[in-house]
Design a protein around this ligand. Structure first.
Ligand code: GLU
Ligand code: MG
Length: 448
């Protein structure tokens, strides 16, 4: 069943019907990793649902290995304060791949009782509010790729068989369990296919409002990893695990509705004004978005010509060589812009926040689309701005940008300091700009 928002009563009934013994109170950290507490179901409904649970605010300044690089907002001097995770029962889900467990997403509050400024859920909520004030009714769908590996993190295959229905039937048993677990958690599964990499898989999920989609996406990553482990395998969302193979992306599809009808739809096979401005905003802020799309040294290595990951600020119609792919036909309810920049390690809350901030800025400023790209955007990018191909370049494009300001000054400063720590580490351990080495794999395979 697709997730519909719960009341306290309906979530309690669900937990009783499914003999839930443990509720996970979850919040995404800055890397997009779900953290929180497991509590007995009785305690959840008696206490936690009203008072929340406490967790160290260090979770918002961790790097991917839980080290704590210097941070001006959360540090030894501030004493690593408690953040309170307040469950939002409307988001309650069953974890059917682990019978007896349910999960609720929560919002993080600081000791001053205000939303924690570094909490990715709070950063996204602010942009959703901004879009709401503009009267925008948004639909968002993610498209995530990942690699399946064996228990030692080697690829499960040596060959590529894109979208084959014949090859690798033994892997289908695992992927079928993933689809079932996703559906069990209320995530609408549209389909899965073998991607253009050995052991690379894509599972597509249906659209929802922005917060539900961000919640669905982090839960998707957690479920896919856990089901892989249940089968003695591993799944990785590292964006470029193998130098010679395809990277993994997180493409984000957005559309706007007006009075229940797709509002990009009155076009003549071309974006109408609303779609054009929404897309133009995403293009205008794309250079700064590079850092949210690829927050470590590994993600920028995915940004190379002829990989189907975008290298320049270009848009087109049904064209997979550009950054923004506009799918548009008169009268279609499926009209949407697919933004193809993010790697599979991008934090979905932050990526959606950036896309909403950029798109709504395009509308506020009535931005115009540049000329449309037809054909191969890699060979013929023309005068288009090139996207960052290393982390230092992405930091430079983000720091002090309009987008950084829109997302919040404190958040942006903290995010930049995390990225700068990654640059310093990589200078020592992974200086090659193209090659993906074992240090990177040890650092990023498991937790991206
Ligand atoms: N793997 C490509 C990427 O890194 C995308 C391939 C596709 O078009 O699905 O974005
Ligand atoms: Mg794909």
């Amino acid at each position: 069943m697709i997730h519909t928002p719960h009341t306290l009563e309906s979530f309690l009934t669900l937990c009783n019907e499914h003999q839930i013994h443990t509720v996970e109170i979850a919040a995404p950290d800055t890397q997009g990793h779900l953290r929180g507490k497991r509590v007995p179901v009785d305690r959840f409904f008696a206490t936690c649902v009203h008072k929340g649970v406490n967790i160290a605010d260090a979770m918002f300044v961790f790097d991917m290995q839980n080290d704590l690089p210097d941070n001006e907002f959360v540090n030894m001097e501030t004493g690593y304060l408690d953040a309170c995770l307040m469950p939002d029962v409307s988001t309650g889900r069953l974890l059917t791949h682990r019978p007896g467990y349910a999960l609720v997403f929560s919002d993080a509050f600081g000791e001053d009782g205000k939303p924690h400024p570094l909490s990715p859920r709070a950063v996204l909520a602010k942009q959703i509010e901004r879009c709401r004030e503009q009267g925008l009714d948004l639909f968002v769908a993610p498209e995530l790729e990942f690699y399946l590996c064996d228990a030692d993190w080697d690829r499960v295959q040596n060959h590529i068989q894109y979208s084959s229905l014949t090859d690798a039937l033994e892997l289908e048993e695992v992927i079928a369990d993933m689809r079932a677990a996703l559906a069990g958690a209320g995530i609408e599964v549209e389909g899965s296919n073998a991607e253009y990499g050995p052991g690379q898989i894509e599972i597509n999920c249906g659209p929802a409002d922005a917060m539900t989609t961000a919640d669905n996406t982090v839960l998707y990553k957690s479920i896919v990893r856990q089901v892989a482990v249940q089968h003695g395998l591993r799944a990785t969302f590292m964006p470029k695990p193998f130098t010679e193979e395809s990277g993994s992306g997180m493409h984000v599809h957005t559309s706007l509705n007006a009075e229940g009808v797709n509002a990009f739809a009155d076009a003549q096979h071309l974006p109408n004004e609303l779609m054009a401005q929404w897309t133009a905003g995403q293009l205008a802020h794309a250079p700064a978005m590079s850092l949210i799309s690829a927050p470590t040294v590994n993600g920028p290595k995915r940004v190379r010509p002829y990989t189907f990951a975008p290298t320049h600020v270009l848009w087109g119609l049904d064209n997979r060589t550009v950054l923004a792919r506009c799918v548009v036909a008169p009268g279609s309810s499926a009209n949407r812009v697919e933004f193809r920049q993010a790697g599979s390690d991008a934090n979905p809350y932050l990526m959606l926040a950036a896309i909403l901030a950029a798109g709504s800025d395009g509308l506020s400023q009535a931005l115009e689309l540049p000329a449309m790209t037809e054909g191969d955007g890699y060979t013929n990018p023309g005068e288009a701005t090139a996207l960052a191909t290393n982390l230092a370049g992405a930091i430079e494009a983000f720091k002090g940008s309009t987008l950084a300001g829109l997302l919040g000054d404190d958040f942006a400063a903290s995010y930049v300091s995390l990225a700068q720590a990654e640059v310093a580490l990589a200078a020592e351990h992974s200086p090659d700009v193209d090659e993906v080495n074992d240090w990177e794999r040890a650092r990023f395979l498991e937790f991206s």
